[in-house]
Design a binder for this molecule. Structure first.
Ligand SMILES: O=S(=O)([O-])[S-]
Length: 320
């Protein structure tokens, strides 16, 4: 790089991320900064921004200068290409595993002793059970929950659409409040003590359990859940303007390193690195995971069918 360009290199980058990843990236960022310093002699400060993932994607489209995005759903990155040409068309090919350095799934957190005896999705539709998860219109986390429950219903009712819709109507009818993001849903369940079950990513559920040992929350892993991906991308338009491409790319590459994969697994995110996955295997109960591609024909179709204006979500929720 020419001296003039090097002089322009920024001393910070911004990672715009989903709602419940604050603490995770607060752990990863200083490790990356130390590695970057050791390798290049340069100081870098990785700044963080968090919120409901689709809301965050909209903010980036509206000008929030993200050098990188670390989201929880491919559509939230794809929209940055489709609507703003901010990321490359082939962004999913830029990093391993379709640019998804880790994965997770929605699981349940219930109150001490599991008083409502909640074991599976089918236990969440009964009278008197209150279910907490955020709004599928603004939160990727919530979309995984909604689709996981739908996948369960499809299986249970042998693909019968009417029965599945009735199931989803009861399920959604048991949600007393739809927060905009995953962390607000956590606050509703933990601090406001509303609800019998919180449904969110396994990493969030485990971190709540560890943070509040005296509350004796219990984790329940349902019989089937949906694989959640956590895709990442360099925001080309921003890094080219700011001169931060090298450090932004190194940052996302770092997420695949043994060190970062270990931190991810320590924080209850499932990883693909075989050695790290094996070392942490005990903390991840086996679960049958289905995918959006297999059950719903991919995110594009799932979004059109379920989450678009007037889609199945609007129909089953409004008509409850
Ligand atoms: O951002 S989130 O609500 O999907 S965790």
């Amino acid at each position: 790089m020419a001296a003039a360009d090097a002089a322009k290199e920024p001393t910070s980058i911004l990672n715009v991320s989903y709602d419940v990843s604050r603490e995770l990236f607060a752990k990863l960022n200083p490790v990356f900064a130390a590695e970057w310093k050791a390798k290049t002699g340069k100081t870098i400060d990785v700044k963080q921004s968090h919120g409901g993932s689709s809301k965050q994607a909209r903010a980036v489209l509206e000008g929030l200068p993200a050098d990188v995005v670390t989201f929880n759903q491919v559509t939230d990155i794809q929209v940055l290409h489709d609507r703003g040409n901010l990321v490359a068309a082939d962004w999913q090919q830029k990093f391993p595993n379709n640019s998804s350095p880790y994965y997770s799934l929605p699981v349940f957190l219930v109150r001490a002793g599991n008083p409502k005896k909640i074991k599976d999705w089918g236990d969440l539709t009964g009278k008197g059970v209150q279910v907490i998860f955020p709004n599928p219109k603004t939160s990727g986390n919530a979309r995984y929950t909604y689709l996981a429950a739908t996948a369960y219903a499809y299986e249970k009712f042998g693909g019968d659409n009417e029965k599945s819709r009735t199931f989803m109507k009861s399920f959604l009818g048991n949600v007393p409040v739809f927060d905009t993001g995953g962390r607000a849903a956590t606050t509703t369940f933990v601090d406001r003590a509303i609800g019998d079950v919180l449904i969110t990513f396994e990493a969030e559920v485990q971190s709540i359990r560890r943070e509040f040992p005296d509350r004796k929350f219990e984790v329940v892993v349902p019989s089937v859940s949906l694989q959640a991906e956590f895709p990442v991308a360099v925001v080309d338009k921003v890094v080219d303007r700011r001169g931060s491409r090298a450090v932004a790319t190194a940052y996302l590459t770092f997420l695949y390193s043994d060190k970062a994969q270990t931190i991810l697994a320590e924080n209850y995110n499932r990883v693909n690195n075989p050695a790290v996955a094996q070392r942490f295997a005990k903390q991840f109960p086996p679960v049958r995971l289905v995918t959006v591609d297999k059950i719903f024909g991919g995110w594009k179709k799932a979004t059109q069918d379920h989450f678009a204006e007037g889609g199945i979500l609007d129909q089953v929720f409004v008509n409850r």
